[in-house]
Each structure stands twice: as C-alpha cells, then as structure tokens.
Design a protein around this ligand. Sequence first.
Ligand code: PLP
Length: 394
Amino acid sequence: MKRVYLDYSATTPLDERVFEAMKPYFTEKFGNANSLHCFGRDGANAVDSSRRRIAELLGVKPTEIYFTSGGTEGDNWALKGIASAYSHKGKRIIISSIEHAAMLGSAAQLEKQGFDVVYLPVNDKGMVLPEYLEKAITDDTILVSVMTANNEIGTLQPVKELCEIAHKHGAIFHTDAVQAMGSVPVKIRDWNVDLLTFSAHKFYGPKGIGVLYIKSGIKPDKFIAGGHQERSMRGGTTNVPFVVGMSEALRLALENLEENSLKIKKLRDYFVKSIEERVPYVVYNGDRKQRLPQNANFAFEFIEGESLLLRLDMAGIACSSGSACSSGSLDPSHVLLATGLPIEKAHGSIRFSFGKYTTKDDVDYVIEQVVNAVNDLRRLSPLFSEFKGEKKYV
Ligand code: PLP
C-alpha cells in the first residue's frame, strides 16, 4: 500500500547527512564531554564547534546558546526560569491563548504558585494583534511570550512588534520558534527577543535535543540542577551526537531554506486549491498569507476529524487532528476555539503538514483520498442529511 507522510509538523525524518555526522559520536568518539582526557576532549570539541556553528547560523553569540532536551524543556525553562528569577519585580506574565501545551502547562503551574497569568486573545485567523498586548500589559509585567508560528494552523505572529511593546514596558520577551525554525527566517537579533526556543526534530534533526537562546544579560534561574554543563545552568551529561546532529540539521535547513520553503509552499497551495475546489463545506483555518509554508488546516463540516483521520490512515496517509501533543485528548483544539471556530467545526478539523520529501504524486494521492473519504463520511453523517433536508425547504 502507498504510504504518504503529511505530518511534518509533528516530527520530521532524520536527514541521512545528519545521521552520518552523528554516527562517530555514538561509537569511537563516545567520550563524556566533561571528562578531561582525550576521549572527553573529542566530545567537548564537537560540542564547542556545534555551539559556535549554531550561533553563527543564527547571528548570535555562542554563549547565548543553551542545549536542552527539546522544545518542551526550552519552553518550561524560559517561563519558569524567568518567573522565579524576576518575581521580585512583579507577578504578571502574559502569553498567547494559542501556545503549545509546553507553555500552557508551565503557565498553569505558575498560576498555582501565585503568578498572575494573562492569556492574550487571537483574531479569527489566529493572530495576536499588537493592540491586544498593548491593552493587557502593565509595568509590573515580567514576561511576555508569544509563539513565532502556531503548530496547528501555522499562523505567523508579529514577533518584532510584540517584542517592542514588551520592552517598552520593561518586560522580558520569549518566543517559541519550534515550528518556525528551518521553515521561515527566524531573526533573533532583528526581532530583539530575549529568549527563544527551538527543537531539532522539526527540521530533520534528532528528537530529544533543542536550544534555548538566552540573550546576554537575561538571567533565568537554572532549570536542571546538577553538574556544570551549559555554564552551570543546565546539569546533565551533554548528548554529544545529538548536539552534532542538530548543528548539521540546522546548517542544512538554513542553507536550503528558501528553496525548500518555496517547493513546499507550492505543493501546499496546490493541495489547498484542489481541496477547496473539490470538497464543498470546508473552512480553511488560519491566515492565508501570514502562515508557515508547510501548514494546511481544514475544518470539514458535518464529519468528525477523528473519523477522517482513521479513514486516511487506512489509505496509508499520516496527518493529524490538533497537535501530536494533545492527541490523547478528545477535547476540541484550544487553538481553533480561540479563533472563534464553533466546537462542531473544530471537531472536524485536520492538519496536513508538508515537508522536503513530499512529492506532487503524494499530494495527488492524498487529494483523491480526502475527497472520497469526506464524501463517504458525509453520506453516513446524520448532521449532513439533516442539513440537506433543511436546505430543501429554504
Ligand atoms: N512548541 C511547539 C510550537 C511545538 O510544535 C512543539 C512540538 O510539537 C513543542 C513546543 C515541543 O517540542 P518537543 O517535541 O521538542 O518537546
């Protein structure tokens, strides 16, 4: 059976070249980067050069790069580390209502500790307008965090403007760039953000490794107590092969960003156009322009997203309803509800995410399968029959 992977926003396959770069650090160069002998030095040199390379690719200083276990840890550290280190200045923290579970979960924990967390609304396209932040921010706000790009509907946020507003009020600004890194330009210095999270497995690197960028002068509390790794800010033996893999993956992603993004966007646009032409009663969730090139998200009216997902899975197609991190839950997506989409449409929503290995053949196959599956499911849908019945009397 043909298999098509359209869930690149959940994770990406490891690029073969990244795997080759990592291999020696599992076997002959296995030393602990903190050991003083030559085996350790092999590891330490690899970590140092990877850190320098990542910093250079991003236009920041190597000392501003902190290795983490991925996006979830980076988000937790940014939020909790800043909250505890700056709580003497205030207790107010502002995040958007469409953040990833890593941010929302951390914010909920901070609320229990007495922090006052404000959740910014979004417009119907999933955009945090600067005026929403202007309205919510006070001079005792210690941190503002708004993601660079949303993981469900791909909306790109006006990070630079939001950061400017935060700074005007003396607040620190963090952005979760997990979905954006490697897919759209992430301009850390130009945006002037104070902290930024990303994760290697979203750009063809290994799972379980990421970076929290912390601008010089910003001092969150340490997140993992332990040894002196990461300049004593994050204990734990450094995962040398993964660090090497992430730096190679980032190099490849950024060197080929424009070319890959254009190719992916072309396929995505073709898919969106074809679905809108061939399937009636669909809503395209999110913004058409301010959007990640790899993301398409549709609400198919009168059917359950889960049923469609299963039908597509039976045809060998991988896509998702909501994000992979909330797939254990049957609750409708908090992101779609925040955009004002009614619950029943949010339930019928599916995310298709494209990547550098997606082909036109794959997309054509998926279009056919989606059209057939939606037609079949609607034929069985009492809601659709009712709707058609009602229409007769209009
Ligand atoms: N933030 C966003 C926007 C994400 O999409 C994800 C993963 O899907 C994460 C954070 C968590 O990253 P990780 O899987 O590396 O923990």
